[in-house]
Design a protein around this ligand. Structure first.
Ligand SMILES: [Fe+2]
Ligand SMILES: [Fe+2]
Length: 239
């Protein structure tokens, strides 16, 4: 979807490198959370799968970081990085705000399944959008294989641990993601409104005060002025 937009976003090499470093952070963070999930679960199969999953996320972090470093090295030293637009083309979003200890096995699997599904969709788009940079495209192709496996095993395990209510758990997780997306959009709108209101205040409210200050300055006597005799006390305190 919107392939042309993603092509434009990924076209700039400085932005491309910056985004890969950001994605690497998210993957590494997700890997750490999955190790924590493996420690907390009582289910042996899930513990083993979470550890494999954590190793994959850590490898993804290395892949993104290595490619980001290669791109950064090829850039001239003085190049500036344009804004990253991560809200349009995010990394493995979801893994970044995982609260492992607050989740049951079923709700964590549902959450992971949706995050991995969304990441797989995004990464498949980036593989196409990066056709002009085959090395970066190959990195996403490589990561995409694992994300597809993560997406599938989490759904299969959810059906195993909650055979009767896995659909309900999935819907609850979907609503949770929707709510978070709503909060993200609202905070972005609030940030824009804050900038607009402060800019208007700067141009509308400040000029009258500046004019009053200038008028007051004109009324001030120039140069040294004699001090009245009653203020000419010896300096014993600051008052
Ligand atoms: Fe990943
Ligand atoms: Fe993943």
């Amino acid at each position: 979807m919107f392939l042309f937009l993603h092509r434009w976003i990924w076209h700039d090499p400085g932005r491309r490198a910056r985004k890969l470093f950001d994605f690497a952070e998210t993957e590494a963070d997700g890997g750490r959370d999955l190790v924590r999930a493996a420690e907390l679960t009582q289910d042996r199969t899930l513990r083993r799968l979470y550890m494999l999953h954590a190793a994959d996320e850590s490898r993804h972090a290395d892949l993104f970081r290595t490619r980001g470093t290669a791109l950064r090295r090829a850039l001239p030293a003085s190049v500036s990085t344009p804004f990253q637009l991560n809200w349009v083309s995010p990394g493995e979003r979801g893994l970044d705000d995982l609260r492992v200890q607050a989740e049951s096995d079923a709700s964590l699997l549902a959450f992971l399944h949706l995050s991995e599904k969304s990441a797989a969709g995004h990464f498949a788009t980036y593989v196409d959008a990066l056709k002009t940079d085959p090395l970066t495209s190959a990195v996403f192709q490589e990561v995409l294989k694992d994300e597809t496996f993560h997406m599938n095993y989490t759904l299969a395990q959810l059906a195993r641990v909650a055979p009767k209510r896995h659909r309900l758990v999935l819907w609850r997780a979907r609503l949770g993601r929707l709510w978070k997306a709503y909060l993200r959009v609202m905070s972005a709108i609030a940030a824009v409104m804050g900038t607009v209101i402060l800019t208007l205040q700067y141009f509308i409210l400040l000029p009258p005060f500046a004019l009053l200050a200038k008028r007051a300055e004109r009324r001030e006597p120039q140069g040294w002025t004699p001090v009245s005799p009653e203020r000419e006390r010896p300096l014993e305190s600051q008052y």
